[in-house]
Ligand binder design. Structure first.
Ligand SMILES: [Zn+2]
Length: 323
């Protein structure tokens, strides 16, 4: 039986409901927020307020995409308990620039990184950070799964235009953890670039591309590029719908591609700044896709059935563990 691993436990994919595929519900203080203070989103109360509104507007689930270095799975679990919104939290690693220069991840072998990812998927997310070096492997292996949140996703990232050697290293570790656990993979692309290189590498490493989601590719809103990506069978997540000003290339991409690739497109907001959240006094708020963007797409001719696939069926399939 396939399942989706949320911070409150495993659920049947068909119970996921309307899902945002790339969010930032909590980003705790640390190296990242010291460098980028606007990324600080650490309040459980304000997250619960925003997600309660999301739920009222028809939302049911969110994929949090913050791996170690700002992640707080305990807080995510509390937000989920308070609001009833399903939340998935990732293991994995973000771009190197989000970690201190001497971060442990830079000096670990592929095997060691894969082992760290697998422990967070199988046993528990290490909210104390630095898990890969602090916890002896035998201690983690003997621990019972218990109530601690487990990772339901592996987040990996590449920079502009090409993958660095270190990024390839992390991709190899993620692929190994995926092959061993079936855990789905969510990638960050920088401005939508290097998508084809990411796909080629993951396919070569034996990853099931139906459980790979490439994020932010709509920041490179080129139709033929997207057709090339989607023909591989991988899935994509668009999250710039609320960022464009006059024209909306994200809307145009969805309208053009959803009928052709109905099971491969998903939406999110990647709203990793407090200025985007209503509960922090910003706008447009996390209900934007369910209210404004849904209306824009339906007015543009998207069939209701395709909206349902994008928001419900596609995330349920993509974020389920591979068999
Ligand atoms: Zn993100």
């Amino acid at each position: 039986m396939s399942f989706i691993r949320t911070v409150l436990g495993d659920i049947a994919p068909e119970t996921l409901g309307v899902c945002y595929a790339h969010e930032h519900i909590i980003i705790d203080p640390g190296h990242m927020t010291e460098r980028f203070p606007e990324f600080l989103i650490d309040s459980v109360d304000l997250a619960a307020e925003e997600l309660a509104r999301f739920r009222q507007d028809g939302g049911s689930a969110m994929i949090d995409s913050m791996p170690t270095g700002g992640r707080n799975a305990g807080k995510l679990a509390e937000v989920s308990r308070r609001t009833g919104v399903h939340i998935v939290s990732p293991t994995g690693l973000h771009l190197q620039k989000y970690y201190p220069a001497d971060h442990w991840s830079g000096s670990k072998s592929v095997v060691c990184l894969a082992d760290y990812f697998m422990r967070e998927i199988t046993f528990a997310i290490n909210d104390a950070e630095n898990g890969a070096v602090r916890k002896p492997a035998n201690e983690a292996a003997n621990a019972s799964p218990g109530p601690s949140p487990r990772a339901g996703l592996i987040k990996i990232a590449s920079g502009l235009n090409r993958l660095s050697e270190q990024e390839k290293h992390v991709f190899a570790a993620a692929a190994a953890a995926h092959r061993n656990t079936g855990c789905p993979i969510l990638t960050h692309t920088e401005q939508g670039t290097a998508a084809l290189e990411q796909i080629k590498l993951l396919a070569l490493l034996g990853v099931d591309l139906r459980h790979v989601v490439l994020s932010h590719t709509d920041r490179k809103p080129d139709l033929s590029y997207h057709r090339e990506i989607l023909r591989t069978g991988v899935r994509v997540e668009f999250d710039s719908a609320f960022r464009w000003k006059e024209v909306n290339p994200t809307r145009d991409l969805v309208l053009a591609l959803a009928p052709e690739f109905p099971s491969q497109i998903m939406l999110g907001m990647d709203a990793a700044r407090r200025t985007y959240w209503r509960s922090y006094g910003g706008s447009p708020g996390l209900s934007f896709l369910l209210t404004d963007f849904r209306r824009q797409l339906l007015e543009g001719g998207l069939r209701e059935e395709l909206w349902e696939r994008i928001m419900v069926a596609n995330p349920a399939e993509a974020f389920a563990f591979a068999g």
